[in-house]
Write a new protein. Structure first.
Lengths: 438, 117
């Protein structure tokens, strides 16, 4: 056979290639390791992104473990979708599914809230009074939005009187769009805030600002809106290089930045918002106000003595090692997701990278050895800057950018492909993560 | 993104187009491809006349594919922001062009038969 003959395709070689390709695709699926036999009692508090993803991974690794997951909510929320709902780009139903749709067979779901943890006796008490003993406990209850901390604000106001609050859930995100769309059409002063506490997805306040500015300008034309963004400190984003980029974008879009302005109270009747600043209170009138309240760990975490004693004392995040997510005082407790007391990392993208670390450490602990997986603070924020454009910002504990596609998708460039990732690819990836597959 | 499995990729496409539309398009694409292979095997040669018309349909296929994807993703041509966006856009256009060419060629072969080879 000459080389030339080898290259000429025939029907048979074509079919052979096609079959070979298919085999390669299926062969690429990861091989399943042998399951570990154990009688360990594992309790997971929270069936959100973190708890669900972890439980789906654990059932494929462990055989015989008694796994209990505690969550009172019948509804699972795809929270990364809330900023799209609040900009009228998706319906509220886009973020909703049933908690049980994502949970595996062979585990116990307790549909009650956790009321207390006794880390010494190793037991969790539920709101219904059940006591659940554990060998290992995973804290993944999420966080609590402290709406009462903003004087004059209540969730009933959302959607009317020019007030939005997209974090409060799908129905409030939809009501936020009702208020925001009125503002977009009629023009006026828009004020966008963020709390001084740690928060879920620190990019979301910026996304909402950018999206509403973009939609307002498209709907009513330029010059009819005055946009103000109130930052809680002297930066617009925790990562300095990103903060600087956002500052430039704000400048080019005519969005005024107010530094060290923390929303303190509102007067919905007069449409005035009061901000706490280093030089005293400052009042800004608004036609549209986006409220994001302070965020804290759930009460039971703080009451059970699991929080940091010297850090975030007003917020109560769980005292864990930032690389292993293991409790510093109680090694049989891990924390995942929003409740973990680590810098950064209150996003679904963080969860995606945290879960394999806790899985590794937990299984190692069951086997009586030390795990090796380490979480380095990776998080990702597809920072939407317009309908149709975003910056795919990924970073770690050290404020370094960690692009997944270096040289292809530039992190600080407003790109259509990054928008596609946020709008269409993210939910599919998130769902795969929930099933423990990504 | 940590892992990109075929499963995730399928889920992404289901998300873009909706499950029904996506699998509908997959079926249509599979049927057209199968029909194309069928006419190639049946005729044992390419008809240049049919291929000419197929080529003429390519720009329309390209434009239609771009308009379709833009509409499905709340996007606009003004959102193209960098080289990678342009590459993706051209890729979509190329797929649309080739798809249209195959469709037109196959349709002619199936409905006109082998007479005007």
């Amino acid at each position: 056979m000459t080389g030339l003959e080898k290259q000429s395709p025939s029907r048979r070689t074509f079919l052979g290639l096609a079959a070979g390709g298919l085999t390669a695709v299926f062969a690429a699926q990861p091989a399943t390791a042998a399951k570990i036999q154990t009688k360990a009692r594992i309790v997971i508090i929270g069936a959100g992104a973190a708890g669900t993803s972890l439980v789906n991974r654990l059932v494929t690794r462990l055989d015989g473990a008694a796994i209990t997951i505690i969550d009172p909510s019948a509804e699972h929320l795809y929270q990364p979708g809330l900023s799209l709902v609040a900009a009228g780009l998706k319906p509220a139903s886009y973020t909703r599914s049933r908690t049980t749709d994502w949970l595996p067979q062979g585990i116990t779901l307790v549909t009650e809230a956790a009321a207390a943890v006794d880390p010494v006796a190793k037991a969790v008490t539920t709101s219904g009074g059940q006591s659940l003993g554990y060998d290992f406990l995973i804290l993944a209850p999420g966080l609590v939005l402290d709406h009462d901390a903003i004087e004059g604000f209540s969730l009933d106001l959302v959607g009317s009187s020019g007030i939005g609050a997209l974090y409060a859930g799908p129905q409030y995100a939809a009501k936020t769009w009702e208020a925001a769309s009125k503002f977009c059409e009629s023009g006026g002063v828009g004020v966008f805030t963020r709390p001084a506490t740690e928060m879920k997805c620190a990019g979301a306040p910026l996304k909402h600002t950018f999206l509403i500015e973009d939609i307002a300008t498209r709907v009513a034309g330029a010059g009819k809106h005055e946009m103000h963004y109130a930052a809680n400190n002297e930066a617009l984003f925790g990562v300095p290089i990103v903060s600087e980029k956002v500052r430039m974008l704000f400048e080019s879009r005519g969005i005024a930045a107010h530094y060290s302005h923390v929303l303190k109270s509102i007067d919905p009747g007069r449409k005035r918002a009061v901000f706490q600043t280093p030089t005293g209170d400052s009042e800004i009138g608004y036609d549209y106000l986006h409220v994001i309240p302070p965020q804290r760990a759930p009460e039971f975490v703080r009451q059970s003595g699991l929080s940091w004693a010297d850090k975030w004392t007003d917020q109560g995040w769980v005292e864990v090692d930032m690389k292993t997510l293991r409790h510093l005082r109680y090694p049989d407790i891990f924390a995942l997701g929003d409740v973990a007391g680590v810098p950064k990392g209150k996003t679904a993208a963080s969860v995606k990278w945290q879960v394999p670390v806790v899985e590794d450490r937990l299984i190692a602990a069951i086997e009586g050895r030390e795990g090796s997986a380490v979480y380095d603070g990776y998080t990702s924020c597809p920072l939407i800057t317009r309908v149709g454009r975003a910056m795919l910002i990924e970073f770690d504990y050290h404020n370094n950018l960690t692009p997944s596609f270096p040289g292809v998708i530039a992190p600080l460039e407003e790109l259509w492909i990054s928008w596609l990732m946020k709008e269409v690819a993210l939910k599919a990836t998130y769902n795969a993560m929930l099933r423990g597959k990504a | 993104m940590e892992q990109l499995t075929p499963e995730t990729l399928i889920a992404v496409f289901e998300e873009i187009f909706g499950r029904t539309l996506f699998w509908g398009m997959v079926v249509v694409a599979a049927v057209v491809t199968a029909a194309y292979i069928f006419v190639l095997i049946r005729d044992r040669s390419m008809s240049m006349r049919k291929f000419l018309l197929a080529q003429l349909s390519m720009p329309f296929g390209a434009v239609a594919a771009v308009i379709f994807v833009m509409a499905m993703t709340d996007s606009n041509l003004r959102d193209i922001g960098g080289p990678v966006d342009l590459i993706v856009l051209l890729g979509i256009a190329a797929i649309g062009a080739v798809g249209a060419a195959i469709l037109v060629y196959t349709a002619q072969s199936l409905f006109r038969g082998q007479r005007d080879l």
